[in-house]
Design a protein around this ligand. Sequence first.
Ligand SMILES: [Zn+2]
Length: 241
Amino acid sequence: MRNFKKIPNPKFQIPKVIILMGPPGAGKGTQAELLAGKLDLYHLETSKILEEKFQEKARSVVLIDGKKYGVAKERKLWEKGKLCSPEFVAYLTIEKIKELSKSAKGIVFSGSPRTLYEAEKIIPILEKIYGKKNIKVFLLEIPPEETIFRNSHRRICELMRHPILYLKENEKLKRCPLDGSRLIKRGKLDKPETIRVRLKEYKERTYPVIEYLKKRKIKVEKINGSPPPAIVFENILKKLK
Ligand SMILES: [Zn+2]
């Protein structure tokens, strides 16, 4: 009998946690999907966690450290391209990390932690669960013009929210190649004026996260996000060897 159990590739020191950072449209989501598939990690997306929460009743409230956070208020910030309250995001993220750690699953983060506050809450927990040496951080870099172009042309699938890149080959695509669901635009979130707000927020609030990681002796590897996704992916895998 042949054994079909998945054998880990010995060439890779499989890290338990990969954190992908970078401006909107840098390809964090795409690379996270690729890494999740290749290394059997759970793809943890802040936007997905938030969007799930926003499906709840508009009047629901989350209590964190004795303070109330209204879900409807957080949704409004989100729709304007502003960041949600860091406390609210960190709380939801930590809930998810704890749930995943029970099944000993590794995680790839795309776009989180995005504030210093979130990092200060989340990183120590990750270090405790997975160990500092098992945390790898990549910063995907693309120029601002590219952020705006990529985001205003991006689509996602309706069912699983798979990101569909803007490529000539994809222009006529109507349905998701993975699950056949309809491709949609994210509306407000991907309008150029919203993207400019997100870019500004990114610069002001994400950069201190990188400084914080460096202070904790967690290496941040810079990766050029401009080449096609397959090349970027190869470059990330090289750094994981
Ligand atoms: Zn899909």
